[in-house]
Every structure is written in C-alpha cells, then in structure tokens.
Design a binder for this molecule. Sequence first.
Ligand SMILES: Cc1ncc(COP(=O)(O)O)c(C=O)c1O
Length: 429
Amino acid sequence: MADAPDLAAALIAENFSRDAGGVLQVGGLPLTDLAEKFGTPLFVYDAATMRRTYRALCAAVAGFAEVDFSVKANPNPAVIRVFREEGAGAEIASGAEFEAALKAGVAPEKILFAGPGKGTADLDRVVAGGIGEIHLENREEMVRVAAAAERHGVTVRVALRINPGATAQGGAMRMGGKPSPFGFDEEAMDAAIDAVEAMPRLRLVGLHLFAGTQGLKAETLLGQWAYGLGLAARIAQRTGRALETIDLGGGLGIPYFSGEAALDLGAIRAGLPDLIATLRADPRLAGARVVLEPGRYLAGPAGLYVARVLAVKDSRGSRFVITDGGMHHHLAASGNLGQIVKRDFPLAAGVEGPEAPRAATAVVGPLCTPLDMLARAAPLPPLAEGDLVAVLQSGAYGLTASPTGFLSHPTPAEVLVEGGRAEMIRARG
Ligand SMILES: Cc1ncc(COP(=O)(O)O)c(C=O)c1O
C-alpha cells in the first residue's frame, strides 16, 4: 500500500470489486445502479465486509477478549444489527445510541455506556432500561448514577474509566499522561475506587481504558492492553474482589493515507499469550470478561460515500471537480475532523478501467467554503458531469460525525447491501 492509487485499488480489491467494464461493485451490485436507484450523495455499506472484518478480529483475539461495537462510529440500527448478529454487544455514548442499539436487537445487559458527560435524562433512560454497565468518568457523574439507581430501586454495575498516567510503553499511551476530560486520572484511581465502594447502589465490577484512536501498530495496542491489565489488577486488589469486566477500549486503526499499512492481526495474535498468562496468574482477573469495543476498525472499511460530479471547472491552471457531496456529510474525508495535516482519503471513480490515465484531482463539495474538499490531489481518471466518485473507508465516522445542518442540504440516504440486495436503511433528508 505504497501510494494513494495503490491504497484505493488495494481496498477495492479487498472489500469491493470492479466488473469487466470497470464499474465499481458493492456486494456484487453495480455502484452505478445503486446511485441511480437511491440518488446521490449516498452512503453504501457492505454487510459481508463488516461480517468478515468482525470475524477476523474475533479470531485474532480469541481466548483473550470479546469484541463489542462502538456505536458512535456508525449508529444506524441496521449496521449495529449486523454486528449484533455476529455476537457483538454495544458501547454507547448517549441515550439515543442506547435506543439505536435496542432497536438493533442488542440485549440491554450487553450494552455499556461510556462518555464524559452523561446527563440525568440519559442515565434515567439506561438505568430504567436495564443497561449492563455504566462507565464512570468523574465524581459528579458517580453521584448522578447512584441517584438514578436509587430512583429506580436497582443496583447498577459500574466500571471506572481511567486516564492512564503512563507516557512510556513504547508510545502506547498516546492519550496517557495528559490532562483529559475522559475518565479519572490514574493518580486519583484509589480515591475513586473508595468513593464508588461507599455508594450502596453502585457495584464496581470493572475497569475501562481507552488509550487512543487509529492505532495501526500491533505493539502499541498490545502495550496499552498490558497496561490496562495492570490497572485492573490494582482495582481488584483494592476492592478485594474479582473483576468481572476489563474493557480495553477500541482504537484499532485502518489505513486512510498513502504509506499506511493495515493493522497486522497476526502480530496481535502473537502477542496475546503473554497477556493471557497475566490474566490467568491473577485469581482476581482470571474470570473477568475482557472486552474490546472498536468502531472504526469494524465499520470503516465496509462503507463508501458516493457523490456525483456536477461540474468540472478549470481555474487559473487548477482543475476542480465539483460534486453534490461534501464535508456536510463526511467531515472526516474533508480533513476537518482531527487532522492536523490535511491528507486525502482514498478515492476512486465509480467507473474506472485499470489502464485509465490518472491525474491529481481536487474534488470539492457544494458548500460555500474552501474547507469543503473531499480531495486535494486524488489520483483520478478524467471526470465529467454525471460521473460518480466514491470515498473509501467511509463506514465509520461519516454521516454521524458531520455538520449535516450546514447549508441545509438534505442528509444523504444510507444503503446496506447484503446477499445481493440493497436496502435503504436511512432515507434521504
Ligand atoms: C470510550 C470509547 N470507546 C470506543 C471508541 C471507538 O473508537 P474507535 O472507533 O477508534 O475504535 C471511542 C471513540 O472515541 C471511545 O471514546
């Protein structure tokens, strides 16, 4: 996966395909037909790719961890349902995500709630709904959860989310050692444990560690997980009870940019015996359910964001392909969601032969701001009005992470392809 055209082509070969005429296919259906039927702009997800990705990750971490789905990456209930059918529970960050997970058929006891600002209404909703676990991130929230438990006459299972103090671990703790609104600082962990233990309506059952997103290196993730097991042991030692849950977070990355290589699941697998031995050696950890809760890794590769060319405009030596899709639907692809240096997501034309000449192409959206760029210099074949452009790696943090209200264009439709059928899972607008 050396440069951008190779990355796009490699991703298409892995998760999609092209027919003899060069038409991009999603789950065996021509993208041109999907765009015709459902209109553009459009998000298309391939269920088979989601299932394959989920199964491969489960196989890699078998004997160590279970894999849940982080709903924030893609809260469409039809997407959550695919992972639920594969056996995943759900990690949610709001009352609305709780509803989405329930709608997808996830049992409430298989849902856990994390996030730095959980309000009373959301807490009441999830406690009344019998949520599996709430992950505590600050003192005020601890009190609010206890009050919700009291109102509903139940005991709530809670875990402590810890903001790690370590900065070492081979760069593993990318979110560690820094001030953060997420979780209790590790330095304050003992006091937080004691505070929870003093609340009769709360039962401290676990640890939650989320040490950073978009991790592409196995050794980084393994280092974070090892650190998490150490924290879990400290919680168990202080409470004197066995832990039931060790949530090591998500954060598994996918390649977006030239030069990035996919996460090596073989290297993950090879590093797990040490962690499994650590768990087994501690009777207070040996029976715990270890959980990973990735979002991006599971949903990202399965999704395409599809836009249609409205105009091709030459301006003072530069060519702009203007499309009907843009940052209002896909902020991440425009480079405005957490990127410091803006780089292009892998893009491909909807119809493109292997020998097509390619040139660096700027692809922009319809918004009245220079920020609205889907690519600055994507290697694309010549495009004309009516052609389709697809942004790869768009199944996670697409629509859900975008400013859909900006300029009042309708929201795009979302379509799930499975078993040779395309189903609209969210209507346009
Ligand atoms: C608590 C928690 N879990 C899981 C995730 C999912 O992260 P990713 O999509 O990188 O796997 C996030 C992302 O912000 C998170 O905050």
